[in-house]
Every structure is written in structure tokens, then in C-alpha cells.
Design a protein around this ligand. Structure first.
Ligand code: FAD
Length: 286
């Protein structure tokens, strides 16, 4: 499957994001998650690329297993900070051998890559996209930020950089998570005005607690609507109540996005299936 072609068919696209586990126990848990989520027939799963110390090839290895053993369609994340040009070229050869043709090309999060392992052949995702496009054979996507990337001075400046990624060859975009759909719809208008017309898959994740809410606000600089903040505070300490509230909130968000024309949903799973399954079941059942 080539994701840009799939997006052109007009049917809603549903996907899940996983990260490479570090221990045998977590790997077993992820495989259970993958099996459970496969039952919902996702269009693809994506695998993040963090390279925090073990081996830069964990992402590729996991992509291969999820495709070959689980029969899942794959989008492999590749980051500038985790790889040299040479490594990127080797990884691309490996992905091609496994018939994986979709790559989400990113700069990477500095805190995800050990300082000693950080690479400097590319400083921005657009450069990686340019190289991958030149190498040929892959369908490429990029990340975008409806509330702007934390390092960008303004949303307009960030969108100008986003345009460079699309001009370099990104055929679709996946958003940073957000909790207020108004940001997504306003962002679509702004990027269209800037000449960006590729599909934008919204990234969604239910909040799992007060601490996570604080982290997201600080690290990703995403806004938390009052209703969500009050609900998280209300249910903090009650695991089941919090789960139900968070899943309900994310399900309503998902339905509103789809109704408003979003091409699908990309669910950040943190390698767990329960919330992602509940949200997708709510959406498909509605
Ligand atoms: P870029 O597009 O390079 O932009 C980064 C910043 O630089 C922005 O502020 C932009 O405005 C600015 N900029 C861009 N080009 C230039 C230029 N030429 N000159 C000056 N400034 C410029 N992180 C991981 O480590 N691994 C993952 O697998 C991963 N997956 C992700 C998936 C999604 C859907 C999203 C939304 C994010 C993901 N991230 C991941 C996090 C991401 O890598 C970080 O947010 C990172 O800080 C920015 O990555 P980017 O690809 O958007 O960077």
C-alpha cells in the first residue's frame, strides 16, 4: 500500500502509532497490542524512531516483523537526529527489501536521542525528504503542528517551513496531537492559503492523567480546553473513571474531526490497545 494513493480513494484512513520497545516483556506486550488492534483492520501502523542508545535499527526491525508476521501495512518513521546519511541509505535498502514503501520523515526530538548518538548530516526534515525523494521508491510524509512547533516563532513562520517539506516531496502530513479541533480546522485553512494542499491526518491521543496533561502542555505546547482540564482533575485517582472520561472526550473529538472532513485518524497508542480500540469502536459504531 502506498499511503498517498490510499488517501486519494476518499475512504477514511485509520492508523495506530507504536514505538520500539526496549525489553523482552514490553516487546511481548506490543505484539499483543498489535494483534488486538489488527482485528480493527487499520489502514497502517507507524513505528517511531528514537534511537535512544540500543541500536539505530530497532525501528526497521520492528517494521519488518509487524509487516511479515502480523500482515500490517507500515509507515516507518525516520529521523535526522538518529541517523547519518549513510545509515539512512542502508535503512532505505533494508525497507525496500521488506517491501516497505512508506516513510514519515522527521527531524526528531532531541530528548529522544542520546546526546552522544545525535547525528548532524541533516538539520531539518525538509533536507531528509529531499534526499529520500531523490533516492526514489518511497512515498513520503511529514509532521505538522496545528498549534505551531514549539521552536517556531509564529504559526505563519512554521507553515512557511512546512511548505518547504511539501515542496521537497511530502505527499501527506500527520499532526501533533491536539485537544481542541478548532486548531486543526483553522490550521487547514491557513496551510491552504499558503499553497499546501496535501491530506492532513489528525493525530489523537486520550490523556491518561494530570501529570501527562502538564507534560504535554510544557513540552509540546498544546492547549488543554477547560472541559478536558476539569474532567482530568475530576477523575484523577479513579483509574476507570479517568479512562472512560478520556476515551469519551477523544471519541467525540474524533467524530467531530471526521464529520468536518478529516481524511481519517492517526491514534497515538503508547503501545497499548485498550483506549485506541475503544475510540475506534466508538467511531466505527457511530
Ligand atoms: P522540522 O520540519 O525540521 O521542523 C523543526 C523546527 O525547525 C520547526 O520549528 C520548523 O519551523 C523549523 N525549521 C524547519 N526548517 C527550517 C530551516 N530550514 N531553518 C530554520 N528553521 C527551520 N520524534 C522522534 O524523535 N521520533 C519519531 O518517530 C517522531 N515521530 C513523530 C510523528 C509525528 C506525527 C509528529 C507530529 C512528531 C513526531 N516526532 C518524532 C517529533 C518531532 O521529531 C519533533 O516535533 C521535532 O522537534 C520536529 O520534527 P519535524 O520533522 O517536524 O522537524
Amino acid at each position: 500500500m502506498r499511503l498517498p494513493e490510499r488517501l486519494k480513494t476518499g475512504g477514511k484512513v485509520y492508523s495506530f502509532e507504536f514505538y520500539p520497545p526496549k525489553t523482552a516483556e514490553d516487546t511481548a506486550k506490543l505484539f499483543n497490542t498489535a494483534l488486538e488492534l489488527k482485528a480493527l483492520s487499520p489502514d497502517f501502523v507507524s513505528v517511531t524512531n528514537s534511537s535512544s542508545g540500543v541500536t539505530p535499527y530497532r525501528t526497521v526491525a520492528l517494521c519488518g516483523v509487524l509487516k511479515a508476521q502480523f500482515g500490517l501495512e507500515i509507515v516507518a518513521h525516520l529521523t535526522c537526529l538518529a541517523h547519518t546519511k549513510q545509515e539512512i541509505s542502508e535503512i532505505c535498502d533494508g525497507l525496500k527489501k521488506m517491501d516497505i514503501t512508506n516513510i514519515l520523515a522527521l527531524r526528531g526530538d532531541p530528548h529522544n536521542v542520546d546526546a552522544g548518538a545525535r547525528r548532524s548530516d541533516y538539520s531539518h526534515a525538509a533536507q531528509l525528504i529531499t534526499d529520500l525523494k531523490r533516492a526514489g521508491g518511497f512515498s513520503l510524509g511529514g509532521a505538522c503542528y496545528p498549534e505551531k512547533h514549539p521552536e517556531a516563532g509564529t504559526l505563519e513562520a512554521d507553515i512557511a517551513r512546512l511548505r518547504e517539506k511539501v515542496d521537497a516531496g511530502a505527499e501527506y502530513l500527520i499532526t501533533q496531537l491536539f485537544f481542541d479541533n478548532a486548531h486543526y480546522f483553522r490550521f487547514l485553512e491557513k496551510i491552504a492559503a499558503a499553497g499546501i494542499n496535501v491530506p492532513v491526518l489528525p493525530g489523537l491521543m486520550p490523556l491518561t492523567g494530570y501529570k501527562q496533561m502538564q507534560n504535554f502542555t510544557k513540552m509540546m505546547q498544546v492547549g488543554i480546553p477547560d472541559e478536558l482540564r476539569r474532567g482530568i482533575e475530576r477523575w484523577e485517582g479513579d483509574k476507570d473513571g479517568l479512562f472512560k472520561f478520556s476515551v469519551d472526550y477523544a471519541s467525540r473529538q474524533a467524530l467531530d474531526l471526521l464529520k468536518g472532513g478529516a481524511p481519517g485518524l492517526h491514534l497515538y497508542t503508547l503501545n497499548r490497545s485498550r483506549a485506541a480500540m475503544a475510540i475506534l469502536q466508538n467511531v466505527k459504531g457511530a
